[in-house]
Design a protein around this ligand. Structure first.
Ligand SMILES: C[S@@+](CC[C@H](N)C(=O)[O-])C[C@H]1O[C@@H](n2cnc3c(N)ncnc32)[C@H](O)[C@@H]1O
Length: 243
């Protein structure tokens, strides 16, 4: 991967960054995403935030090698602390981290959000708690994508602040729009997950060691939800409720 050839995952993230955006890419690593978007003329300015010094220096190098230091500020900072009030950020990407980590970065950096920026999030697992945070903080999910690359399932969640939005527990679990669209890749992912979870349940039933009752019930509920989802040819009951 390089700023010339992004992975398919980052290409799909890039597709959701609005033209003319001022982007904050948090956890930028080598800075490939903001540099690629700037080279293409998609964005007008960017901040590349990194908490760790090796990727921070790598991002600085990518920006320097592409003569983009005037347009892209690389900052060593924890999460949204990379964003400064004068940046006028209109889109934030946070990609390649667990959903819980992304949620924690959004929560701890809430004061840095103007609520006018588009959030483009690409969690590696842990999507339900992230969607829960979005709902709890008034962000409506505008678009969801699921893609498979190198045998991994990646989700992309695009959200914007609307004030109040309500999703059901199943919508938070599967993704409200994905549940509605029922794409082939979505159904294939949940077929795989169902098999894994059923195996785990059988294994737990056989193993004599006690696991917390709550954990087992949670797993059984997930198996029920997935089975219902896969059994149901179309589902018209999944519209988000805007208030
Ligand atoms: C797996 S890499 C993903 C890089 C890139 N965003 C991508 O999707 O290809 C995660 C990056 O996030 C950075 N990171 C983790 N926690 C962070 C935090 N609290 N603030 C800023 N960066 C963070 C790590 O140092 C690492 O470079």
């Amino acid at each position: 991967m390089s700023p010339h050839t992004l992975s398919m995952r980052l290409e799909r993230v890039a597709a959701h960054v609005p033209a003319g955006a001022r982007l904050a890419d948090i956890g930028s690593d080598h800075g490939y995403l903001p540099v690629a978007l700037m080279r293409r003329g998609t964005i007008t300015a960017a901040v590349a935030g990194e908490v760790a010094s090796t990727p921070f220096h790598a991002a600085e190098r990518t920006v320097r090698d592409n003569q983009l230091a005037q347009q892209i500020s690389v900052r060593l900072a924890d999460g949204l602390a990379a964003i400064e009030p004068g940046d006028g950020i209109t889109a934030i990407t946070i990609c390649g981290m667990g959903g819980e980590t992304i949620r924690d970065l959004l929560e701890s950096g809430k004061a840095r959000l103007s609520r006018r920026e588009r959030l483009i999030l690409q969690p590696n697992g842990g999507e339900p708690p992230l969607r829960h945070w979005l709902m709890g903080n008034g962000y409506r999910i505008l678009c969801e994508e699921l893609l498979r690359e190198n045998r991994f399932d990646y989700e992309i969640i695009v959200a914007e602040y609307v004030g109040t939005v309500q999703y059901t527990a199943e919508q938070l679990y599967f993704g409200p729009l994905q549940m509605q669209a029922r794409s082939a890749v979505f159904l294939a992912k949940w077929q795989r997950r169902l098999r894994e979870k059923q195996k785990t349940l059988i294994h737990l039933g056989r193993a004599r060691q006690a696991i917390p009752e709550e954990k087992e019930q949670e797993l059984a509920q997930e198996v029920r939800w997935i089975s219902e989802l896969l059994a149901c040819p179309t589902d018209s009951s999944v519209q988000p409720i805007d208030r």
